[in-house]
Design a protein around this ligand. Structure first.
Ligand code: TEU
Length: 551
């Protein structure tokens, strides 16, 4: 995979399969639904699809609890459907990335069912155990369970570790037999034509299995204590040699550890580990109700870019299935500014160095849904957070306001295809309520409107694909202290682009040497009809986003 560049030059689109398109009326999206929409995917101009888990699973964590890594959950379809889907993608020049959830399995996986029968089981060592004769296990914090990360099983008189819910026991990567199983699973899917892997929660696969006591409050620096133990790199070398180097595939890990150094140790080519990194620093800027500062946003993107100029490669994203909607978090979801601010964010994502990861629905400006009561929530993570807040005596009104804003369920509502019942997502009853704004925000309407978010998105994918300078070009930040405008240039050989993004709802006058000699004729893309440049200055309209070709 070393000389391959498609995953760098590609534009990735993430599909949450249960919410994309239901073909059989059971209210749950499926692979045949995706097949029905292949032409739509092609029309977007995206070139890679990453799909969240569609494997056999009790769906405690919406598929991030896999009970058979080689089987497809019947609700999603059959293996033949998968084969047809991936063939249809490949025919349209679209690659396919699968989600590989191997920090943990489901408690329903046969490995775990066997493991908990007896300490003599060959599968016992596929998991992490603390024998109860040694007393209470040292405290380990769970990301999803307010009662901690150990769960007792009486048949073996031992506690198993679960970083997420107790239904998701952590796999023991120290065990070479387990690693071989995982590499075989990866090969199984590579042989089915899969082009890449997104390694779920992968920084946590390596634990300190001497199980020391961690200091009080350590969980505030979660990754430092629970992630990126040194043996992780050995596992990845092995994965590279066994799998990644043998196919034209790439792998991207969720999470990059604690520092740039950690991130580089995962993805620098000479190390033969992963091909791409995906960090949380920028997405976390908007995780609370307090509005993020554009200054911090620019700083964060800039310093990551600078660290990766020589080696390594990043994913660029501002939304996914673990987060609320793009426009609510980083744009402006009001009627007046929703369209332009989503267009601005899509312009931004596709003009940075790194592979853009775009989340389904963001090509329309789909928004958060209002869920004021805890009973509105299905997500086990939301309920875990609620219990933890109760336990901590938190202000529950404030908690619910925050949850309503930042819950990941906001980003999991059904895709809005048209104005028919349930937005054309299903002819049955949807597993999750459709956002009531689907009558105003849907594909059918936006197709007809040349100024829609959708048509802008399509234009922008074309701009990205026809201007390699946007993929590889050197990035230079302009106006670093400006609080409303994000401006930068991208340059490669004798091509240079100027990207101007007004992140505010007001008009902003900017002066820039780079504008001298440019006029609206230099515009490669613009979300307004015009840009008026007069001797090195211009007034940007609210959320105006434009790219000008300088050279
Ligand atoms: O998420 C890993 C992770 O670290 C989560 O805590 C994430 O930050 C959180 O969901 C944000 O709300 C991955 C998956 O992306 C997530 O959907 C799964 O629930 C989780 O692993 C367990 O597999």
């Amino acid at each position: 995979n070393k000389n391959s560049r498609w995953w760098k030059e590609g534009i990735l689109y993430q599909i949450y399969p249960q919410s994309f398109k239901d073909s059989n009326g059971d209210g749950f999206g499926d692979l045949n639904g995706v097949i029905d929409k292949l032409d739509y995917l092609e029309s977007l101009g995206i070139t890679i699809v990453w799909m969240n888990p569609f494997y056999e699973s009790p769906l405690i964590d919406n598929g991030y609890d896999v009970s058979d890594y080689r089987a497809i959950l019947p609700r999603f379809g059959k293996m033949q459907d998968f084969e047809k889907m991936i063939k249809g993608m490949h025919k349209r020049g679209i690659k396919f990335v699968m989600d590989l959830v191997v920090n943990h399995s489901s408690e329903e996986h046969p490995w775990f069912k066997e493991a908990k029968k007896s300490r003599e089981s060959p599968f016992y060592d596929y998991y992490h155990w603390w024998p109860a004769e040694n007393g209470q296990p040292p405290y380990r914090h769970s990301l999803f369970d307010p009662n901690g990360a150990w769960e007792y099983v009486d048949t073996v008189n031992a506690y198993y570790l679960h970083t997420f819910t107790k239904h998701q026991p952590d796999l023991n990567w120290e065990n070479p037999k387990l690693r071989k199983e995982i590499f075989d699973i990866m090969k199984f899917w590579a042989n089915k034509g899969v082009d890449g892997y997104r390694l779920d929660a992968f920084q946590f696969v390596s634990k300190d299995i001497t199980w020391p006591n961690f200091p009080e409050g350590h969980e505030k620096e979660y990754v430092k204590w629970y992630g990126m133990r040194p043996q992780l790199h050995g596992y990845l070398n092995e994965m590279y040699n066994e799998v990644l180097s043998k196919y034209d595939v790439f792998a991207v890990a969720e999470g990059t550890g604690n520092s740039f150094e950690d991130a580089h140790n995962l993805v620098d080519e000479s190390r033969n580990e992963l091909q791409m990194a995906y960090h949380f620093e920028t997405i976390n800027l908007s995780s609370t109700l307090a509005r993020y500062s554009l200054f911090d946003f620019k700083q964060a993107f800039t310093k990551w870019d600078q660290s990766f100029t020589e080696e390594g490669w990043l994913a660029i994203f501002l939304a996914n299935h673990d987060n609320a909607r793009l426009v609510d978090r980083f744009g402006n979801p009001s009627e007046r500014f929703r369209t332009v601010s989503t267009q601005l964010l899509n312009t931004f994502l596709m003009s940075m160095r790194g592979t853009p990861y775009l989340y389904y629905g963001d090509e329309l400006g789909m928004t958060n849904i209002d869920m004021p009561h805890i009973s509105d929530y299905d997500d086990i993570e939301a309920h875990g957070r609620y219990q933890a807040a109760l336990k901590a005596n938190a202000d529950m009104n404030e908690f619910m306001n925050t949850l309503n804003y930042n819950s990941r369920e906001n980003g999991r509502t059904p895709m809005q295809w048209d104005s028919s019942d349930h937005a054309g997502f299903t002819f049955g009853t949807p597993w999750k309520k459709v956002n009531p704004n689907y009558l105003n925000i849907n594909v059918a309407l936006q197709k007809k409107d040349p100024k829609s978010v959708l048509n802008h998105f399509r234009k922008m994918t074309r701009v990205r694909k026809t201007n390699l300078v946007l993929v590889y070009g050197k990035y230079d930040l302009l106006l670093p202290n400006h609080e409303q405008v994000y401006a930068f240039t991208r340059q490669m050989n004798d091509t240079k682009m100027l990207i101007l993004l007004n992140f505010s709802e007001g008009e902003v006058l900017i002066e820039l040497d780079e504008l001298t000699g440019l006029s609206s004729k230099n515009c490669v893309i613009n979300n307004y009809d015009d840009i008026n440049i007069v001797s090195g200055s211009t007034t940007l309209q609210p959320y105006q986003a434009t790219i000008l070709k300088m050279l």
